[in-house]
Ligand binder design. Structure first.
Ligand code: NAP
Length: 327
């Protein structure tokens, strides 16, 4: 079978597409024919050796995927050959087949195509966990989302809107803000000039946002701490924008606010039942037409480097997907 391989850390162009043996199934596991792979920023970090988890060489990138079950191992229940499933193992998705534990797989809702199914696991799983469990976002509260045109950001905009919040989307370009507006943002802020705090205050009668969703970090974080409302919650989601920021604890005191960490991967492992409930609700939101995950670009497997580059060059809007199976 064909697989994209990382044999040494480097940029997307250092990956290679090669023939490798098919993976063997085992007890509790499922062998899947991969249809599509959703690209996330951690994929870009992993191939450069900059992610917290470092698989052994050679490995295939691709943390989440959709596909069809080809074989089930001993002891597997609840999944059968031919089922359409999505899931992921952190890496290994950019290959024609993958073996994954059956326990972590999710059924694909009726009416969802395989490309979308590959693209919504990490982003909607992370953003729903962040807004629901970590921020306890309430209807009528104001939610500010940074990086609002990116993967997790656009999902946070759409979910915040579906949860009844007033959503302020913040991003670096008109195209990203247009996508956020389409996903339900009530207000849009272009921070490409480096200005965020005063624009948020102008839209909130000087109070600031009740919840801030920050996957960007870098220099914008300090401004977030200065435009969070009294008793607000600042969600720490990621650091694509540069250095890991320091938290000014005097502002936590003055605003009576909370700075809250979000680690979706740990949540799924430590609280699987709560995560399963989240996914029942996410499937209901999709079926009711309240969320429509946006995939802006689809690349064939041979163009894996271009797909990863969309994220490293800050071009992706919503999700970028690599189609592994030939049409
Ligand atoms: N905590 C968790 O559990 C969890 C789970 C999933 C992902 N994450 C993290 O969330 C972050 C976003 O992931 P994603 O997959 O949504 O990425 P993405 O689709 O590439 O979106 C990231 C957004 O960040 C902004 N950005 C600012 N500076 C950037 C830079 N130097 N390079 C690239 N983008 C930059 C971009 O928006 P503008 O151009 O509008 O600024 C971009 O749209 C990553 O740090 C990832 O590791 C965390």
């Amino acid at each position: 079978m064909k697989a994209v391989l990382c044999k040494a850390y480097g940029p997307p162009e250092s990956l290679v597409l090669e023939d490798v043996p098919e993976p063997a199934c085992g007890p509790g596991k499922v062998r899947i024919g991969v249809e599509a792979v959703g690209i996330n920023f951690p994929d870009c970090l992993m191939i450069e050796g900059k992610y917290q988890f470092k698989p052994e060489f050679p490995f295939s990138p691709g943390g989440e995927l959709s596909g069809t079950v080809l074989e089930i191992g001993d002891g597997v229940t609840g999944v059968k050959v031919g089922d359409r499933v999505s899931g992921g193992g952190g890496h290994g998705g950019m290959a024609e087949q993958i073996v994954l534990p059956a326990a972590g797989l999710r059924p694909i809702p009726d009416g969802m195509d395989m490309v979308t199914a590959a693209a919504w696991g990490t982003t909607y799983g992370t953003s729903y966990h962040a807004l629901k469990q970590r921020a306890a976002l309430q209807p009528g509260e104001t939610l500010l989302v940074l990086g609002a045109g990116g993967g997790v950001g656009l999902a946070a905009v759409e979910l915040g809107h579906a949860m009844g919040a007033r959503v302020i989307a913040a991003a670096s370009s008109k195209a990203k803000l247009d996508a956020a507006r389409e996903a339900g943002a009530d207000e849009c802020i272009d921070y490409s000039d480096g200005e965020l705090k005063d624009k948020v205050k102008a839209l909130t009668d000087g109070n600031g946002a009740d919840v801030i969703y920050d996957p960007v970090g870098g220099p914008l974080f300090d401004q977030c701490m200065r435009c969070i409302n009294w008793k607000g919650r600042v969600l720490i989601v990621g650091f694509v924008g540069g250095d890991i920021p320091k938290v000014p604890t005097n502002l936590i005191l003055l605003k009576g606010c909370q700075v809250v960490g979000v680690f979706y991967g740990s949540f799924t492992g430590r609280e699987p039942e709560e995560n399963a409930r989240n996914w029942d609700e996410l499937r209901d939101l999709f079926t009711a037409g309240k969320i429509k995950p946006k995939v802006s670009q689809v690349f064939p497997l041979s163009e894996y480097a271009a797909a990863l580059r969309c994220l490293t060059e800050r071009q992706a809007i919503g999700k970028v997907v690599v189609k592994v199976a030939e049409a």
